[in-house]
Unconditional design. Structure first.
Length: 50
């Protein structure tokens, strides 16, 4: 992710990043449970023989 000479700054960044990631995961779960997020179908490559 990143490097910091000062340990306190690195710890603050780590806490901020974990908070943002947890919030994003919470909202993604909410969107899926409510049906507000409609996933597109998977794109599967078909092997064409020439």
């Amino acid at each position: 992710m990143g490097q910091s000479i000062r340990e306190d700054i690195a710890m603050m960044f780590g806490q901020f990043h974990m908070s943002k990631a947890a919030t994003g995961a919470k909202y993604l779960r909410l969107l899926k449970n409510k049906g507000w997020l409609i996933l597109p179908p998977l794109h599967l490559q078909k092997h064409h023989e020439a």
